[in-house]
Design a protein around this ligand. Structure first.
Ligand code: AMP
Length: 272
């Protein structure tokens, strides 16, 4: 595995690759969720590129940019183990140099995650477009865990006619159901225990749907009931393009739950 720090190095290598390139963008502190994306990329491509870049433009003032967990050495070992070909770890000044052309995410990026974090998705799209430009992947791998991000990136690829196949990857969970996240390490013992109610509430919702319940209002009530008194930031039931819906449509519905545990926001969702 080669570790690359500059855009030039990666572009020079990319120029000479004529076979399929799989690309997995991450912010590091890699866990089994990231690893599942990398393994899928490894199976489906001749060359695998992973990036680790904690992107400042997607953090709002006061968010955890400085405190975001960084584990460069462990991450390098993980990538090596997963047989990554190129690990791209640029510095901020490499990725952003001057006042730039900015991307404006569509209005639906200002609901749900984007309501709590206005401008977050502008930054996500900006960095992903830069990374796509540098790596020019055939296939790019994203987790369903960040469902709204996945939906916006899919739209960006369509809107800008980028010849990139976006691969949506399943959510990887702890054995007790908690979706893996780099932020889980912030949870204390009680919060970790309480956090299980998120996936429980989603499973309870899925069970209702399996029993033919299609009314979104009833399903939301069930989620609130399971979550008890926890600090539930939002429950949303949307179609794959993130329009709110009233009736569940099988194969076109995502149920999302976001809850706060102290300062830690946890996201989870289920695709029906
Ligand atoms: P991040 O490092 O948080 O930016 O995540 C990098 C990629 O890993 C994104 O596409 C995430 O959706 C994906 N990811 C994060 N956690 C999980 C998980 N538990 N299961 C599957 N994919 C995940």
């Amino acid at each position: 595995m080669k570790i690359l720090k500059t855009i030039e190095e990666l572009q020079n290598i990319r120029k000479n690759i004529t076979s399929n390139v799989g690309f997995v963008p991450t912010m590091g502190a890699l866990h089994d969720g990231h690893i599942s994306l990398i393994k899928k990329a490894r199976i489906e491509n001749d060359v695998v590129i992973v990036s680790i870049f904690v992107n400042p433009t997607q953090f709002l003032p006061g968010e955890d940019l400085d405190a975001y967990p960084r584990k460069d050495e462990a991450d390098k070992k993980i990538c090596e183990m997963c047989q990554v070909d190129y690990l791209f770890m640029p510095e901020i000044k490499t990725m952003y140099t001057k006042e730039e052309v900015l991307l404006k995410a569509p209005n639906k990026s200002y609901i749900l995650e984007g309501k709590t974090r206005p401008g977050h998705f502008d930054g996500v799209l900006q960095v992903v477009l830069k990374l796509f430009g540098i790596t020019q992947p055939t296939n790019a791998y994203f987790g369903k865990k960040d469902a709204q991000q996945l939906s916006l990136i899919t739209q960006m690829v369509k809107d800008f006619f980028l010849p990139i196949n976006i691969v949506a990857c399943e959510i990887i969970r702890e054995s007790d159901g908690l979706a893996l996240s780099s932020r889980n390490i912030y949870l204390d013992e009680k919060q970790r225990k309480d956090s299980l109610l998120i996936s429980k509430s989603l499973y309870a919702a899925a069970t209702l749907v399996a029993k033919e319940e299609k009314d979104v209002k009833v399903i939301k009530e069930k989620i609130h009931e399971v979550m008890q008194t926890l600090d539930l930031e939002y429950v949303a039931i949307v179609d794959r393009e993130f329009n709110e819906i009233k009736k569940i449509e099988l194969n076109n519905t995502i149920i999302l739950v976001v809850a706060k545990f102290g300062q830690t926001r946890l996201l989870d969702n289920i695709w029906l």
